[in-house]
Design a protein. Structure first.
Lengths: 68, 270
């Protein structure tokens, strides 16, 4: 069980890293893009790059916020 | 897509990882024992080659749309990590990765442990240090080679770029017998982060079903836009950090951060 946990932790750290915000924003934007394209017929090519850049700003803001 | 951007992106990414692996190998080899170090390095390279040979061709069987969706998402998340780290280092909110001090830390740790033999390995510590260092840094190389190579259906060019990068670093490392501290690692990390994020975004959107205006030419806009916005974040954070440090006699720095004065002038991320 401990090995399984450390295996999962390694891959989480490898792909997601120090902050989950980037990975979460990418996943959410991909799902939303697919929904918009396939069910609404909207060519939402702009959604992922906009989400990625917003997530980067959010993550940086969180990382540099001074603790009280 | 032209093979040149693919080659250059994989080459730059692999160069950064190879420099980090070289630091660990040199620390193990020069302070412990070269034979066990090279054994550890060789075993790690065999494992990495096995992973590449196993996963790389298998992924070519996956439909391109699904591959681009998954690989694009992973690359974008991976690229964001690199960008975030490079921007935090540039703005003085995180220590710069310093190969010379990383080398000194590894040497101190290596000198503190006694040699122990296991089977054909005469110095187990040197073996495991080299094995782990090469395997962990190499996994990132493998990930980038496989994702870029398979998504572009050009695994050969991606593998060649990685091999050239590793060869360049190995030859340079053997020649100077010291960690490559003068490689502008943060600037390279920033550039690679931009490319990984741009390609990940491009392929991910395509995999989700979106069509880019202009097709592949959209990358010529996407790359500079991501670079400029990221640079803007970096400059803004650096200025606010400098202003906060100037206003406060004792900087309320977060753990692990360095004052902006510690960032040498002219070391800007380009």
């Amino acid at each position: 069980m401990a090995r399984l946990r450390s295996f999962g932790a390694f891959w989480y750290d490898f792909v997601i890293g120090d902050d989950w915000r980037g990975g979460a924003a990418v996943a959410a934007a991909l799902v939303l893009t697919a929904v918009l394209v396939h069910s609404q017929g909207i060519n939402a090519w702009w959604l992922l790059p906009a989400s990625v850049l917003a997530a980067l700003g959010w993550s940086l803001r969180h990382a540099t916020a001074r603790k009280p | 897509m032209n093979a040149l951007p693919l080659f250059l992106t994989v080459f730059a990414a692999c160069l950064v990882e190879a420099v980090e692996a070289l630091t660990i190998v040199l620390a193990a080899g020069l302070t412990r024992q070269w034979r066990s170090t090279l054994q550890g390095m060789a075993v790690a390279l065999v494992v990495l080659a096995g992973i590449t040979a196993g996963i790389g061709p298998a992924l070519t069987q996956v439909p391109l749309g699904a591959l681009r969706l998954v690989v694009g998402g992973l690359l974008a998340a991976f690229g964001l990590q690199w960008l975030r780290k490079a921007i935090l280092r540039f703005s003085g909110h995180k220590d710069r990765h310093d190969e010379a001090s990383a080398y000194a830390r590894e040497v101190a740790a290596a000198q503190a442990v006694a040699a122990g033999r296991r089977g054909v390995v005469s110095d187990w510590y040197a073996f495991t240090l080299a094995f782990k260092g090469v395997l962990l840094e190499g996994l990132e190389v493998v990930f980038i080679v496989i994702t870029f190579g398979d998504t572009q259906r050009d695994l050969g060019v991606a593998a060649l770029a990685a091999a050239v990068a590793v060869a360049v670093v190995t030859v340079t490392g053997v020649a100077v017998r010291a960690p490559l501290a003068r490689v502008p690692e943060n600037a390279m990390k920033f550039s690679v982060g931009v490319m990984l994020t741009a390609f990940g975004t491009f392929w991910g959107s395509q995999g989700a079903g979106a069509r880019w205006p202009g097709g592949d030419a959209a990358l010529l806009v996407l790359v500079p836009v991501i670079a400029l916005v990221s640079l803007g974040y970096g400059v803004t954070l650096r200025r606010s950090r400098a202003a906060a440090d100037a206003a406060s006699p004792v900087p309320a720095a977060a753990p692990g951060s360095v004052p902006s004065a510690a960032v040498p002038p002219g070391e800007a991320v380009r």
